[in-house]
Design a protein around this ligand. Structure first.
Ligand SMILES: *[C@@H]1O[C@H](CO)[C@@H](O)[C@H](O)[C@H]1NC(C)=O
Ligand SMILES: *[C@@H]1O[C@H](CO)[C@@H](O)[C@H](O)[C@H]1NC(C)=O
Length: 321
């Protein structure tokens, strides 16, 4: 893509830069914090250095904050998997075909899950790994993070209330912002509110009966297969709701009407699923770590902390920055 186009795209996506990055990620982490076991909560609060209710929510977007830094550049392909399928006729994810040499969200989730349970790693490494896990479970549930077409929709111009945006941005933020009636640029409190609503829907509302099925593919002994199953489920939504008439047909279309009506409930369910699964995954991680740590006889890890950029980011709710 020519530079001039790149600049134009980044400008049109500015207003919602928080996007899934803020609202979606923070909401999934809040939901997870409502479902984790007490031992998980206690362990993570200690590991992440916060006793606050938003101990997970406030680290949920950390991985986005470092991906464009020099230090974090190696993580840039960890947030997605580029499914080279052909929506709307055929949606599928093929690990061998679609995961880049430099890694993808499948390998990243597996990698940081393994690090999270490794008692030979110092606490700061396990904390970093937990922050990556929290983030990548979220990314896995955004349909356009499981699709190659036009760089996950970034290269497709559409209209939203008559204004030009790229399709990835619409799925990252426009749809959910409208769904919540969100005003202003402070997604943090909206995320907390939304997470309460979704927690209720999971416990006793529209998701109560199906939440058990959400964990059917969870196999902690095989993180890659688990992540791949979640990715495939999400990628199917690309055919059904993102490009129901194909990628060409959507260019230039106004999406805030009928398209939105169909997409919003689907996206909300993805956020609920991500949060619920995140809690179950973190329970497994903490359980496993505590077992391995109890029987660990190797050398104790040295706490040689290597400074990571934007560490102060953890102190501040991102919506307030
Ligand atoms: C977990 O903690 C909550 C609140 O502190 C408490 O009400 C509950 O009984 C605990 N659950 C278990 C299984 O210990
Ligand atoms: C696993 O994590 C380490 C530490 O962040 C990183 O250096 C490595 O590239 C990762 N490997 C994969 C396959 O994601």
């Amino acid at each position: 893509m020519k530079l001039s186009n790149a600049v134009a795209f980044s400008l049109v996506s500015l207003p919602g830069a928080m996007a899934w990055g803020g609202l979606g990620h923070v909401t999934t982490a809040y939901i997870a914090s409502n479902f984790v076991a007490n031992t998980t909560e206690a362990y993570l609060k200690q590991l992440l250095g916060s006793q606050d209710a938003d101990y997970m929510a406030k680290v949920a977007s950390w991985a986005d904050s470092i991906r464009y830094t020099k230090w974090g550049r190696f993580t840039s392909t960890f947030h997605f998997i580029d499914a080279h399928d052909s929506p709307p006729e055929d949606c599928n994810v093929d690990f061998e075909r679609d995961c880049k040499e430099t890694g993808c969200v499948i390998t990243a989730l597996a990698n940081y899950t393994k690090q999270s349970v490794d008692p030979s790693l110092p606490a700061w490494r396990r904390a970093q790994a937990a922050k990556f896990v929290i983030h990548f479970v979220g990314d896995l549930h955004q349909p356009l993070h499981n699709e190659d077409v036009a760089r996950g929709g970034n290269g497709i111009h559409v209209l939203w209330n008559g204004r030009e945006f790229n399709l990835h941005h619409v799925w990252d933020s426009s749809i959910t912002e409208k769904w919540l009636g969100m005003r202003g640029r402070k997604p943090y409190r909206w995320a907390e509110k939304w997470s309460k609503d979704l927690t209720e829907k999971i416990n006793s509302g529209i998701y109560a009966d199906e939440k058990g099925d959400w964990l059917a593919d969870l196999d902690f002994s095989n993180p890659e297969e688990t992540a791949l199953a979640w990715s495939r489920e999400c990628n199917k939504l690309v055919c059904q709701y993102v490009f129901p008439e194909g990628p060409k047909a959507i260019a230039g279309q106004e999406l805030s009407g009928e398209y939105y009506e169909k997409a919003a409930p689907v996206l909300e369910k993805q956020v609920a699923r991500a949060g619920y699964r995140m809690a179950a995954w973190l329970d497994k991680i903490v359980d496993q770590y505590l077992k391995l740590e109890a029987s660990y006889t190797g050398e104790l890890p040295t706490e040689d902390y290597i400074e990571e950029p934007l560490d102060e980011f953890m102190e501040e709710p991102i919506g307030e920055l």
